[in-house]
Design a protein. Structure first.
Lengths: 257, 422
């Protein structure tokens, strides 16, 4: 019986916006690179490093302008709207809490992209191409997705599989004894991305997700308590990626203020 | 070698007969008809060409993106389904409610429905990333644990498939009634018996239609994480919209056929009767839609900590909603007031506005939601269809027109006309 519930905590106070998480995610997950990928809404990007500023009207004076970087990947919701809407069951929530995406089952209707409030899912608008030596550095643990299918971050489940296989080879068969680190968390130079088991009360993610600096992306249910609003919508995605920030303007922004 | 020559010699007279027939038919057309057909053929050929490009090279050639994942093709789909709703509703009124005043228009309504649903499948085949995997939706459906399927699209796919079969069944007596085939007593008997069982088709069709028309609304209404769409009653709004706009579309197309043929394909009072139903439905729809917008403004959008007007980018995007409401209000007036309904000009303006207004509803209520930013630091996502999308959409409509014209000429679509000619 799996007791793991994988979650992530990203400390925005530590994130420098270097982009290493984006690059390592791309490399780990065999994402294709096309000739002009700059800011293209058709780009295949599983981890999107968003840049936000408190100066939306471009009217603040120098010194008052603040910038923050938010690495955004699939939030691995506990109540995923994408799983509810997929007509072919290409996506499902596992016992470990990770929302899987089987690109060989997907037939590309893109309903899940429409339902995701975090814009975490991307579509292969073109056939993925790997030129020259890029082919030699492809990760054999991640299958290449076809043109016309939806892909998304899977919390590097293939790394977990690899660690489990290594453990079994050593004779450790307890699935809950194995831990792993996804590419983004492993490569972050400031350790802003922390990954772990939310159901383990001693883990860092478990502790930090309850920190007073913690919030989740653009939803207000964390502050609703038992309010009328929550009863009206009745369902909430329940993402398992928590962000930490001591900046009030970021937390305000999350509430569309 | 001589056997082959004999075979060719045997086929040649038959081929000559066919070729002469086509030539004579073509020569009997007016020049404006010839030009129209040529235009429709070119558009259909354009559709085939660009569809091929999309299939071979990918959906990258569309204006769609990871933000606006559905565009003019799904808009076309939704429009076709809502406008094809006239088939089930007219069937229901004729065969279940026994309102015989709709008998003259039923065949045209069924043909329109058949074309709308058939070409919905074609739109879907084009829009989906892996059309060859489309059967996954049938064999690996997302039913979930309860009575209603968990995924709205699962519901839609199954319902429209079964309903399409019902439509084919309802269309069969029309094909069998064709003069060449009807001569055979066996075929005449089969056609007669199918006709007696039409009420079953009408009942099943109505049942299925309520579900899939509603589910297309539900497709967007259940998205509990999207402020631009979420409201549980959208399911019911779309059912009413199909009852209203479907009947108007049937009137419009049949009237157009009559104009082209320069004959009364259907007695004028049939249009008036159907328009009365459509007008009433439009009144219910309009009130419901205003209530829907009111609920969004006051309840549902604020529940996401958002502002309804912000979802439209202030007045920038609101024109779509305003246009929809105006275009849907015109039929409320023109189709409900007897004096307007009984005059041909105002009747046609009413149904024309109804069709346009409902198409605008599909764009405003569903496709607009894709452009709404999900994060406060993001701007609205623009979407503009590429030439591939435009030509394929117009080409699909042209193909539908061509098939309708063909059927209107060679099949007994207008029994009133056939009666008059005898």
């Amino acid at each position: 019986m799996i007791t793991r519930r994988w979650g992530m905590v990203i400390d925005l106070d530590k994130c420098t916006g270097c982009g290493t998480c984006e690059v390592s995610c791309m490399q780990e997950n065999n994402m294709p690179i096309f000739q002009d990928d700059s800011d293209d809404p058709k780009r295949v990007k599983l981890l999107n490093l968003m840049k936000i500023t408190n100066d939306r009207e471009k009217s603040l004076q120098y010194g008052d302008v603040k910038v923050a970087y938010i690495p955004k990947m699939c939030q691995q919701c506990d109540n995923p709207s994408c799983v509810a809407v997929c007509p072919a069951n290409a996506t499902d929530i596992g016992d470990d809490g990770v929302v899987s995406q089987i690109w060989s089952r997907c037939f590309g209707c893109r309903y899940c992209i429409g339902s995701c409030p975090y814009e975490a899912r991307v579509f292969n608008w073109w056939k993925p191409r790997y030129e020259g030596t890029f082919k030699e550095s492809l990760n054999p643990d991640v299958s290449i997705s076809s043109r016309g299918t939806v892909v998304k971050c899977t919390f590097c489940s293939h790394i977990w599989k690899r660690e489990r296989d290594k453990a079994v080879a050593k004779g450790i068969t307890d699935i809950n004894a194995v831990s792993y680190t996804p590419a983004c968390a492993a490569s972050c130079p400031t350790n802003a991305i922390i990954f772990g088991d939310l159901s383990d009360p001693l883990s860092d993610v478990s502790r930090l997700s309850k920190d007073k600096r913690a919030f989740r992306l653009v939803h207000t249910v964390d502050n609703w308590g038992v309010s009328k609003k929550k009863n009206l919508i009745k369902k909430y995605p329940e993402p398992k990626v928590f962000y930490l920030s001591s900046e009030e303007w970021i937390r305000d922004m999350m509430r569309f203020k | 070698m001589s056997k082959l020559k004999d075979q060719i010699n045997a086929i040649t007279p038959l081929m000559k007969v066919c070729f002469d027939f086509v030539k004579n038919e073509y020569n009997s057309l007016s020049s404006s008809m010839k030009k129209t057909l040529l235009f429709l053929f070119i558009m259909s050929a354009g559709f085939a060409l660009f569809a091929l490009q999309i299939f071979i090279f990918g959906l990258g050639y569309t204006g769609l993106s990871n933000y606006v994942a559905w565009g003019v093709w799904i808009g076309g789909d939704l429009s076709l389904i809502v406008l094809g709703g006239g088939a089930f509703f007219t069937s229901f009124m004729l065969y279940i409610l026994r309102r015989d005043e709709f008998q003259p228009i039923i065949n045209s309504a069924i043909l329109i429905g058949l074309l709308c649903y058939a070409f919905t499948f074609i739109f879907l085949g084009l829009d989906v990333g892996q059309p060859l995997r489309f059967w996954f939706a049938y064999l690996y459906p997302n039913w979930g644990e309860h009575l209603m399927p968990q995924s709205m699209l699962t519901e839609v796919v199954f319902c429209i498939t079964f309903y399409f079969m019902v439509l084919v069944g309802e269309f069969t007596p029309i094909i069998l009634g064709q003069k060449l085939l009807d001569r055979f007593p066996v075929i005449h008997q089969i056609g007669h018996y199918i006709h007696k069982l039409m009420w079953i088709g009408a009942a099943v069709g109505t049942f299925l239609s309520f579900f899939h028309q509603g589910s297309l609304g539900g497709t967007y209404g259940v998205l509990f994480a999207k402020p631009g769409w979420f409201r549980p009653h959208l399911f019911f709004l779309f059912i009413v919209s199909a009852l209203a706009a479907g009947t108007s579309f049937t009137i419009l197309i049949t009237w157009l056929a009559g104009k082209v043929k320069k004959k009364d394909v259907v007695p004028f009072k049939t249009y008036v009767s159907l328009a009365r139903v459509s007008g009433f439905m439009f009144l219910i729809y309009f009130i419901f839609r205003i209530y829907d917008i009111y609920l969004m403004i006051t309840k549902y959008v604020p529940a996401f900590d958002r502002n309804f007007w912000d979802l439209w980018g202030g007045t920038y995007g609101l024109w779509m909603l305003v246009l929809e409401l105006i275009a849907c209000f015109i039929p409320v007036i023109l189709l409900n007031i007897k004096a307007f309904r009984e005059k041909e000009k105002t009747l046609i303006i009413g149904v024309g506005s109804a069709v346009f207004g409902m198409m605008m509803n599909r764009f405003a209520a569903t496709l607009h939601g894709f452009t709404v930013p999900n994060f406060p630091w993001k701007a609205f996502t623009p979407y503009g269809p590429t030439i591939q999308e435009i030509v394929t959409t117009l080409g699909i409509f042209s193909s539908m027109a061509l098939i309708y014209i063909f059927c209107a000429k060679y099949l007994p679509i207008f029994p009133h006309l056939d009666k008059q000619e005898h």
